[in-house]
Design a protein around this ligand. Structure first.
Ligand code: FAD
Ligand code: NAP
Length: 527
């Protein structure tokens, strides 16, 4: 059996950096990846229109000054193929592939002698790691609803999160798409331009802000690169580790005309910074309503058919589900070949041999796209049969929701680390920034153990309980406690326990992680 100091599961941005960082520190590392290439999210999500919604000058690694100086992004929000090229470039540049085993899915992980993990891959083959890092991704397990009749459907079925590598042509086809989250919102305008017809099945309308994507502004790029480290440092001090120009003013302090004008200027800037228009959109429902009302007014302005416009207006709290960023999403509903079918009240009845049955009507389709999202944050982890102390499985441990310490370690599961898991800022921060911080914290922790001749680290139950409480207490002060019905809470998966999973506020999270390390890893049992 092959043995390593560290086994990393997943070769997305998290797994790739973990490999580089730990190898640099002299650990023997093996990465196991289910796909046949690096890039994770950007390897699997190849649907038309896929791109990041965080400026690429920020949605990129900062660990290598040479890398960040030399790489140039073609657009403000790079498209998926370019982000995948970047991941491949990083893999080549840092010679990562020699320690990555591709097309290898980890099926189970069992703790041996209380401090080593035995991983089973391909049903039989085994590998040993003293430490394991789960870089399995928080949006990597796709969710395909179990619609009655789906197996009988004869035409093409696709999922945005598991899109084929080859080009998919929609030319002359009647296409249906289920879902109106971020993935659908990016794909719909592009597919609509190609397909004979596009039917959009919407269960819940989403708020979306125009991206105003454009070719990279070279002057801006140069100014960032003049002192990239300082630019990154500034971003890391912001709530979501983003350069989103937060306005420290309450939405309720302005007159309605002033507020509208201000929202309009943010709308003109585009992107996620809309959420930072005022300092209380995320914490005060009345302030939030003003942002929602503004977006409603824009939808009514853009969409010609006012009945369709009204159906596209979300009735939810803005930001409760992740804010979407689009290029011509609402405008696409002005096309003659695009039809919105609102299934909010009825849902999809079933799938027939020919297409979708909803609202008593059969929609005959040549291609059906699931843009139905992911079993987020815990799905990929719980897919693996992970067994810790006394054969306790992670599934049992998290039966009523995920519990961990610092969003990085789980009591009962020593020597195991998770990256961007529940209890960490992950999806509510610029994720590459969060990933680098996690990897660096874990790397320091492993070095500390090695330097002190220690073999084992495990989160204490008490520390874990306090952490879970803290994550909840922070969420309680925000709009997320208003009964948000999103994948942040597990609400998109029938039967999944409902708990608000992310830690809100990147800077305070980092501070806490650093303080724990400085105090000799307080809250951990080390032996
Ligand atoms: P992933 O990239 O998900 O990689 C995890 C890897 O683990 C996968 O390759 C998977 O195959 C592998 N894996 C999982 N289970 C196993 C197993 N059992 N055995 C072996 N391998 C396994 N975030 C942002 O901050 N900004 C954005 O603009 C942004 N855009 C996004 C767009 C899309 C379409 C999606 C889906 C997500 C986006 N995200 C964005 C979030 C994105 O997931 C992260 O930014 C980041 O790429 C995650 O990297 P990761 O390495 O943690 O996980
Ligand atoms: P998502 O946000 O979870 O959206 C899934 C959509 O499918 C929702 O509209 C959902 O409706 C619908 N749906 C799910 N099950 C359904 C069912 N049984 N019947 C009918 N409709 C159903 O998933 P996503 O769009 O793939 O995005 C996931 C996350 O990935 C995003 O939130 C974001 O973090 C990231 N992402 C980012 C970008 C980007 O712009 N950079 C792009 C894509 C994804 P309900 O809302 O009613 O559940």
């Amino acid at each position: 059996m092959q043995k390593f100091d560290v086994v990393v599961v997943g070769a997305g941005f998290a797994g790739m950096y973990a490999l580089h960082k730990l190898r640099e520190l002299g650990f023997t590392v093996k990465v196991l990846e289910a796909g046949d290439g690096v890039g994770g999210t950007w390897f699997w999500n190849r649907y038309p229109g896929a791109r990041c919604d965080v400026n690429s000058l920020e949605y990129s690694y900062q660990f290598s000054e040479e890398l960040q100086q030399e790489w140039s992004w073609s657009e403000k929000y790079a498209p998926q193929p370019e982000i995948l090229d970047y991941a491949n470039h990083v893999a080549d540049r840092f010679d990562l592939r020699r320690d990555i085993q591709f097309s290898t899915r980890v099926i189970s992980m069992v703790l041996q002698e209380s401090s080593r993990w035995i991983l089973t891959i391909h049903s039989e083959e085994k590998l040993e790691g003293q430490f394991c890092i789960m870089a399995t991704g928080c949006l990597s397990k796709v969710k395909t609803p179990k619609f009655e009749g789906l197996k009988k459907y004869k035409a093409q079925v696709l999922h945005t999160g598991d899109w084929p590598k080859h080009e998919v042509s929609f030319e002359g086809k009647d296409v249906g798409i289920i879902g109106t989250g971020s993935s659908a919102i990016q794909a719909i305008p592009i597919i609509a331009e190609k397909a004979k017809s596009l039917t959009v099945f919407q269960r819940t309308a989403s708020y979306s802000i125009p991206a105003h994507n454009a070719a990279t502004n070279k002057e801006y790029e140069e100014s960032v690169k003049t002192d990239y480290a300082e630019f990154r440092r500034g971003n890391s001090l912001r709530y979501a580790a983003l350069n989103n120009n937060p306005n420290p003013v309450s939405a309720l302090e302005l007159s309605s005309d002033e507020r509208h004008a201000y929202y309009q200027s943010r709308w003109n800037d585009g992107g996620l910074s809309f959420l930072a228009s005022f300092n209380d959109i995320g914490s005060n429902l009345e302030a939030n309503k003003t942002a929602a009302t503004f977006v409603h007014s824009k939808i009514h302005e853009i969409v010609k058919d006012q009945t369709v416009a009204e159906l596209l207006c979300p009735k939810t709290v803005l930001g409760c589900k992740r804010l979407c960023v689009d290029t011509n999403y609402y405008g696409t509903f002005n096309r003659d070949n695009v039809k919105l079918v609102d299934i909010g009240e009825t849902g999809i009845e079933k799938i027939s041999e020919r297409g979708v049955i909803a609202k008593g009507e059969e929609f005959s389709l040549d291609a059906l796209i699931f843009a139905t999202g992911f079993d987020a944050m815990t799905g990929a982890l719980l897919d693996i049969d992970i067994r810790g102390n006394n054969d306790l499985s992670l599934k049992e441990k998290w039966e009523s929701g995920p519990k961990n310490y610092l969003g990085l370690t789980i009591s009962g599961f020593p020597n195991l680390f998770t990256i961007t898991g529940p209890g960490s800022p992950s999806v509510l921060a610029n994720m590459i920034v969060a990933i680098e911080q996690h990897v660096e914290w874990i790397a320091s922790c492993l070095s500390y153990l090695r330097d002190n001749s220690k073999q084992r680290i495990e989160a204490e139950v008490k520390a874990e309980e306090s952490w879970v409480e803290l994550v909840n207490d922070i969420a309680e002060t925000t709009i997320y406690s208003s009964g948000c019905n999103s994948w942040y809470t597990g609400a998109n998966i029938p039967g999944k326990p409902r708990i608000f999973m992310p830690y809100l506020g990147y800077p305070s999270y980092v501070e806490k992680c650093e303080s724990v390390a400085k105090q000799g890893y307080i809250g951990f049992e080390i032996s």
